[in-house]
Design a protein around this ligand. Structure first.
Ligand code: FAD
Ligand code: SF4
Length: 331
């Protein structure tokens, strides 16, 4: 049985207390929300924080407010179950509801939060293993070693951004609020990510994610498609988040396409999305966009299924996502 390493647990009741504690305890301390990513990682000794600051008692992190006209404010501590079943999210931001519903299992979705999902540790077949397994192959650059076992000549880590809500929130043009004892800032969610498997977030060590801000729905429709080996539960090996805004005559006046699980950060296929602007959706146009978008995916051999398969299936999933939006727009 894998056991947790020892740690001190602090349970603040407000955001102010939490960020104060974080500043006091220093860089070694970590925040924990649902713990469905962090605790398994601690059991595998990928991280061994001496102090955990639990966020479960902070009620303000669990609130949702707003409207389709104003946009939604979703607390970082809102669970994935609640997000997936929220009528307004299902109706106005359906890609987010789909993504949340596709994450892990019902029990884990009852514990797992939106904030924890956005800040999920990057994943790799050589890393998401027990300490014993990793020791037997001499570890890797991400923890305890100095070489990347996927690309041994590379100076960087290529671990994958596998959070299902991340590409969706990029396509929805969401923003996030980060709070620390020094102050707070709001930034577009796309700026939360870095193209680096070792340090994948721009969040400073003393900052806490407190909420996600969705813009007004404003006629945008969205869809999320996920490829995984097991349909019941599994991390994505490809995620396609598409959002479109159409005029009444069917002309596309807004388009965003984001690929998940193909790099260390959600990858925006902006050139492909640009091809849709000013056009009406047609099977030919969708084919062209799908092929262009798929060029942005450069999977490496560090996730489930073969690279070749994952490459070939990318345009198929983009095509399916756009077809779904086309069919919905003509219903
Ligand atoms: C079997 C299994 C299957 C899974 N399948 C999927 C899947 O299909 N897709 C998927 O995306 N995920 C999956 N997960 C991962 C996980 O369940 C989800 O990503 C979940 O949303 C994580 O949220 P959490 O609240 O439990 O995060 P935690 O484990 O509490 O935290 C995760 C990280 O975020 C940080 N953090 C948490 N909250 C904050 C905050 N407010 N501010 C700053 N930092 C914060 C923590 O310090 C930690 O580094 C799976 C996990 C398991 C065990
Ligand atoms: S991409 Fe390379 S360095 Fe990063 S976790 Fe995988 S093997 Fe380790």
């Amino acid at each position: 049985m894998l056991r947790l390493p020892p740690f001190r647990y602090l349970a603040p009741r407000t955001v102010e207390q939490a960020v104060e504690l974080l500043a006091q305890e220093g860089e070694q301390a970590m925040l924990v929300a649902g713990g469905t990513d962090l605790y398994p990682n601690m059991k595998r000794r990928q991280v061994t924080p001496p102090v955990l600051i639990g966020l479960r008692a902070i009620t303000s992190l669990k609130t949702m407010s707003g409207s389709p006209e104003q946009g939604l404010r979703i607390g970082a501590g809102v669970t994935l179950s609640r997000l997936a079943s929220h009528p307004l999210v299902q109706e106005q931001y359906p890609a987010l509801a789909t993504a949340a519903a596709s994450i892990s299992t019902p029990q884990l979705r009852n514990m797992g939060t939106l904030g924890g999902n956005l800040l999920l540790e990057t994943r790799c077949n050589y890393y998401n293993q027990t300490e014993f397994w990793r020791r037997s192959i001499g570890y890797c650059m991400k923890k305890d070693g100095d070489v990347c076992l996927v690309a041994p000549g590379s100076p960087r880590c290529w671990a994958i951004s596998s959070a299902d809500t991340a590409p969706v929130l990029v396509s929805l043009d969401a923003r996030v609020r980060l709070v620390s004892a020094r102050g707070e800032r709001v930034l577009p969610v796309r700026e939360l990510f870095r193209d680096d498997g070792l340090v994948p977030y721009t969040r400073a060590w003393d900052e806490m994610l407190t909420e996600v801000l969705l813009p007004p729905a404003d006629g945008w429709r969205s869809v999320y498609l996920k490829l995984r080996r097991r349909g019941s539960f599994d991390f994505p090996i490809l995620g396609v988040a598409a959002a479109l805004r159409l005029r009444e005559d069917g002309t596309v006046i807004g388009a965003r396409l984001t690929l998940g699980a193909v790099a260390s950060h959600p990858v925006e296929a902006s050139e492909a999305a640009g091809l849709l602007l000013g056009q009406r959706l047609s099977p030919e146009l969708i084919d062209e966009v799908a092929v262009t978008a798929a060029k942005r995916a450069k999977p490496l051999d560090n996730a489930d299924l073969t690279i070749n398969y994952r490459k070939q299936v990318t345009p198929v999933f983009v095509r399916r996502a756009l077809k779904q939006l086309m069919e919905e727009s003509t219903e």
